[in-house]
Write a protein that binds this ligand. Structure first.
Ligand SMILES: Cc1cc2nc3c(=O)[nH]c(=O)nc-3n(C[C@H](O)[C@H](O)[C@H](O)COP(=O)(O)OP(=O)(O)OC[C@H]3O[C@@H](n4cnc5c(N)ncnc54)[C@H](O)[C@@H]3O)c2cc1C
Ligand SMILES: *[C@@H]1O[C@H](CO)[C@@H](O)[C@H](O)[C@H]1NC(C)=O
Ligand SMILES: *[C@@H]1O[C@H](CO)[C@@H](O)[C@H](O)[C@H]1NC(C)=O
Ligand SMILES: *[C@@H]1O[C@H](CO)[C@@H](O)[C@H](O)[C@H]1NC(C)=O
Ligand SMILES: *[C@@H]1O[C@H](CO)[C@@H](O)[C@H](O)[C@H]1NC(C)=O
Ligand SMILES: *[C@@H]1O[C@H](CO)[C@@H](O)[C@H](O)[C@H]1NC(C)=O
Ligand SMILES: *[C@@H]1O[C@H](CO)[C@@H](O)[C@H](O)[C@H]1NC(C)=O
Ligand SMILES: *[C@@H]1O[C@H](CO)[C@@H](O)[C@H](O)[C@H]1NC(C)=O
Length: 565
């Protein structure tokens, strides 16, 4: 098998850890975001030529796919169920009318950052601080993670939208900016949110996202997608100590002689998805960035997980770690859709997000009702996660997002529950790496989740009923005027549940990885992706995951490889 004396094997993802890891320290004059005077990347530092990196990606490159580049609604909606999607489907959701959920995940270089909605936003500071205080992730808190996100970001203030430049990075690889979405928002939705007791935000990225704002998206000045494959990798593709192998599915980690009772990985095995041929590659450090379904899948295929799941499939236990694949969280959504009055259109690229906290969403009596429901943990919610959710509620961390989509003929203002209590799981059902894992999102298992989402659905209608909206709307499509009572809203929320496509948590801090991101019970296997995030933050996750990648790169670069093997 090919040998690399200091080899990083990484499954490519949003993070593309290999690139940040090796090249963040040198002058990479990558793609520039114009319209501002941000400094160049540091130019006086040298490359760590000791490291060689191999990235193994199951999908193809995607660079020739126009629907990845174009962030317009029709282009993004054309991506699911094509070759760039893993085509995952959940098991029937018992608490949500037995619906199955089609869970889009990027199967392409760049992972889900190639197929996502590109919203670039951060949560309340406490949501990240709890990683350290509730889950024991030493060194991972708002201060460090938000600084790491800034390293990834190249923000350009555009279209006269007010923002605080100090909340943003201005020299990182991922470009982000805003576009103004037109009068439906400036004269209709924003005044309606204010008239309903909401507030405006000047910038949602400083540790408190409350309020409505034209939230930035990860895009270049020409409005095409800026994501890990074209912003971290492409500018550095010529590096001689970097290799990307496409169209290969990692099937398992290979293990050597254990050291002090800990498993030591020596490389990985992978299957070429075109030829079906199996190969191996050796390495000193294995970095799993295979995402919330892929990372626990590879761990279980490699004997790291719950013996009760692995052993019946013929996989012997290497590390007994039952938390692998558990703690799967997802943000459930409901619908608010109204048809636009004739003469109005809501086309364009801008997403307009309104974040509400328990105290703006709920009346004092409702706050207490929800508080009571919050005390009852669903079966698979860990004590640490339960304590974290209570802390977020008491700190008035934002709990619902209303996401304004551009859609030519409709006003869509989608309510998303940000801090669900429900927890599902994702596990292998076959020792064959090409067979998809089976997963349960346990959507709306917790009565707290149902309660908050129902209040959000009611509030969305309240926005649309304000006088400011009258000129713009022709009529409500969803939930529809037949839905009026509390019970009808509850039934609607369960029958029309959707997801934000933000699953997290299946290789969480404190139960699968330690604060160095090392998989417990191993010396040299690390996880660097959304799986490590222990509980849903009050935002979209990609900015946080880029921050994790930057922070992990700094941390791993500072550790001599010899300390792991
Ligand atoms: C439709 C959609 C819309 C979204 N909208 C937003 C948004 O607007 N803003 C936001 O912040 N977030 C959004 N997200 C979420 C965000 O994109 C993800 O949370 C993030 O990209 C996850 O990053 P990750 O590194 O954890 O995993 P991924 O990006 O999913 O990366 C996993 C990678 O590993 C590869 N892989 C998996 N298994 C194997 C294997 N066995 N062998 C080899 N390779 C493997 C995959 O092909 C993929 O490239 C959205 C997601 C989707 C799907
Ligand atoms: C993206 O596609 C839309 C049509 O859906 C088109 O109007 C727009 O010009 C495209 N944008 C870019 C940057 O190619
Ligand atoms: C997803 O489904 C599409 C359409 O059937 C198919 O072309 C594609 O190969 C599938 N993706 C994967 C990863 O199998
Ligand atoms: C969901 O399916 C289960 C098992 O088939 C069934 O018992 C239950 O009644 C169904 N629930 C709904 C709401 O359809
Ligand atoms: C920004 O403001 C300037 C000065 O008021 C104005 O000339 C310009 O047209 C505005 N640009 C946009 C995109 O609104
Ligand atoms: C948009 O800008 C990016 C970054 O500069 C560039 O790579 C891309 O080719 C451009 N796309 C179009 C359609 O102009
Ligand atoms: C809860 O966890 C158990 C194992 O700990 C698992 O068997 C079960 O499927 C989980 N429930 C859900 C909804 O994921
Ligand atoms: C794994 O599953 C695939 C698809 O079902 C099949 O083609 C392949 O032969 C299987 N591999 C093994 C080793 O059984």
């Amino acid at each position: 098998m090919p040998f690399h004396n200091t080899l990083f094997v990484s499954l490519v993802s949003t993070i593309l850890l290999g690139y940040t890891n090796i090249w963040y320290n040198i002058d990479i004059r990558g793609l520039r975001c114009e319209n501002d005077n941000s400094p160049d990347f540091p130019s006086e530092v040298s490359e760590n030529s000791a490291n060689t990196v191999i990235v193994l990606e199951a999908g193809a490159s995607g660079f020739d796919n126009p629907n990845i580049a174009n962030l317009s609604g029709p282009s993004i909606q054309a991506l699911p169920l094509t070759s760039v999607d893993w085509n995952y489907t959940s098991i029937p959701q018992k608490y949500a009318a037995n619906q199955t959920i089609q869970m889009t995940r990027g199967h392409v270089l760049g992972g889900s950052s190639a197929v996502n909605g590109a919203v670039f936003v951060r949560p309340n500071a406490i949501d990240i601080d709890l990683w350290e205080t509730a889950f024991g992730a030493t060194g991972w808190n708002w201060q460090t993670v938000s600084a790491s996100i800034k390293k990834a970001e190249h923000f350009s203030a555009t279209d006269n939208v007010t923002s605080y430049l100090s909340f943003h990075g201005t020299s990182g690889p991922i470009c982000d900016s805003q576009r103004t979405p037109g009068v439906i928002w400036s004269e209709g939705v924003i005044p309606s949110v204010l008239a309903s007791g909401g507030q405006t935000s000047i910038d949602q990225n400083g540790g408190n996202p409350s309020g409505i704002w034209y939230t930035p998206k990860a895009m270049f000045p020409n409005s095409t997608r800026s994501y890990s494959a074209n912003s971290y990798y492409l500018p550095n593709a010529g590096r001689s100590n970097l290799e990307v192998i496409l169209d290969v599915t990692v099937s398992r980690i290979l293990w050597g002689k254990s050291k002090n009772g800990k498993a030591v990985a020596t490389g990985v095995e992978y299957i070429n998805t075109i030829t079906g041929k199996t190969s191996t590659v050796s390495g000193d450090r294995i970095i799993l960035s295979a995402g919330v379904f892929g990372t626990p899948q590879v761990l279980e295929l490699s004997g790291v997980g719950n013996p009760k799941i692995m052993n019946p499939l013929g996989i012997s236990t290497v590390v007994n770690l039952p938390a692998v694949g558990e703690n799967l969280a997802e943000q459930p959504t409901t619908k608010y859709v109204a048809t636009l009055a004739s003469g109005y259109t809501n086309a364009g690229l801008q997403l307009t997000l309104n974040y509400e906290s328990p105290r703006t969403l709920l009346t004092p009596l409702e706050w207490l009702e929800a508080w009571e429901l919050l005390q009852v943990a669903p079966p698979n919610l860990s004590a640490a996660s339960h304590a974290a959710l209570i802390a977020m509620y008491l700190a008035d961390s934002v709990i619902v997002e209303f996401m304004g989509f551009p859609n030519p003929a409709d006003l869509i203002f989608l309510p998303i529950l940000l801090h669900p209590m429900s927890r599902g799981s994702s596990h292998i059902v076959s020792a064959n790496a090409t067979h998809a894992p089976s997963f349960d999102l346990a959507l709306l298992e917790s009565p707290f989740d149902v309660y908050i989402l129902k209040k959000a659905a009611i509030r969305a209608r309240r926005f649309a009923s304000q006088s400011y909206m009258k000129p713009f709307l022709a009529g409500e499509v969803s939930p529809g005027t037949a839905v009026q009572t509390d019970a009808q809203f509850e039934a609607f929320v369960k029958s029309a549940v959707g997801v934000a496509y933000h699953p997290l948590g299946t290789a969480s801090f404190g139960s699968v990885v330690d604060s160095t991101l090392r998989v417990m019970g191993t010396t040299n296997v690390f996880v660097v992706d959304g799986s490590i995030i222990p509980t849903e933050p009050g935002s979209h996750p990609s900015s946080i995951i880029y921050g994790i990648g930057e922070q992990a790169a700094t941390m791993l670069n500072a550790r001599p490889l010899s300390s792991d093997v």
